[in-house]
Design a protein around this ligand. Structure first.
Ligand SMILES: C[S@@+](CC[C@H](N)C(=O)[O-])C[C@H]1O[C@@H](n2cnc3c(N)ncnc32)[C@H](O)[C@@H]1O
Length: 304
């Protein structure tokens, strides 16, 4: 069923998400997954396109995990979620093309490629200020990421959200993605965790049909969350995966082998013990959102 189904887009539109790779990746997942485990869940494009029975999902970023929990809490109550979001949108006077609240034509003509950001800038800054005064307001945080530059979740050293406005608004894709997400969450048993990936994996009681899907930060690329990653972490992860392999637990991991002239030699060497598949790169980084022809992205599995 999944093979022919459409790829589900996560409503978090996460930087570095695997949305474009999912048609390939889901074909490479095991046919039978009972316990799906994802230590670096990010926006969730991967689990949304898998077919497990129960889900254990983790990320070290507490805001990301709380966004999943809060948005997921509206399962079966999507109208309530949309009402709450639209109320905030209207409070600030943001555009909302999904509801036909559009940027005026004269502004569109004047700022042909940037009219959303021009129109929403002041409202966005007010919403950001209010969120920074109450960081438990996850619906505002969700809208900050929807209307924000590249849909990122970015905080400064003082712990304040500091992303500038983006050139997008709440459109039909956002509406659709939220509905799909709530449907998926409603149909599956899902638990979220917020810890370092190794503590998360160490507490799991693996079962016969457990499957660990990993999309860690990429060592040789630039991204906000890559600041948390280094050679030591990558070695520790590869070692941990070897131990899973010895215990007969299936895993699949993505990584970038080459990027802008850099080579991830340690991962390349390690991957030779397993099955490696080239996957078409859609790599989008924090400060470079072009598709890179010189990037080689791989999916490595310990099963054929
Ligand atoms: C490439 S992203 C995952 C993207 C996800 N597959 C998607 O489609 O949206 C990597 C994620 O790993 C998380 N991360 C970074 N270091 C971590 C760590 N030590 N433990 C757990 N998660 C970590 C980041 O917060 C980020 O969300």
């Amino acid at each position: 069923m999944m093979e022919n189904s459409k790829t589900i887009r996560s409503p978090f539109f996460y930087v570095g998400d695997k949305y474009k790779l999912m048609p390939q990746l889901k074909q490479l997942m095991p046919k039978k997954i009972e316990q799906y485990i994802e230590p670096f869940v990010g926006g969730g494009s991967s689990f949304l396109n898998s077919k497990g029975t129960s889900y254990m999902l983790n990320d070290v970023d507490s805001y990301v995990v709380e966004l999943h929990r809060q948005i997921g809490s509206y399962t079966g109550k999507s109208e309530e979620l949309f009402d709450a979001l639209f109320e905030i949108i209207d409070f600030y006077g943001l555009s909302c093309s999904y509801r036909g609240i559009c940027v005026p034509e004269d502004m569109k003509k004047k700022y042909v490629k940037t009219y959303y950001s021009k129109y929403n800038k002041d409202a966005y800054i007010r919403m950001r200020k209010d969120f920074n005064a109450n960081k438990n307001d996850f619906l505002r945080l969700y809208l900050l990421l929807i209307y924000g530059f590249n849909h990122m979740i970015r905080f400064n050293g003082k712990g304040d959200f500091n992303l500038p406005v983006g050139n997008v608004d709440f459109n039909n894709n956002v509406y659709q993605a939220l509905n799909n997400y709530l449907d998926f969450v409603g149909e599956h048993e899902i638990e979220f965790f917020n810890m370092d990936y190794i503590s998360f994996l160490e507490r799991i009681r693996f079962e016969k049909n457990s499957y660990v899907f990993l999309d860690p930060p990429y060592l040789i690329s630039m991204s906000e969350y890559n600041k948390l990653w280094n050679d030591k972490k990558e070695d520790e992860l590869c070692e941990y995966l070897d131990s899973l392999n010895e215990r007969g637990i299936k895993f699949g991991i993505t990584n970038l082998i080459t990027h802008k002239g850099k080579v991830n030699q340690r991962f390349l060497e390690w991957s030779k013990r397993y099955c490696a598949y080239d996957v078409k790169s859609n790599y989008i980084s924090f400060n470079d959102n072009t598709i890179k022809a010189d990037s080689q992205e791989v999916f490595v599995t310990n099963y054929a």
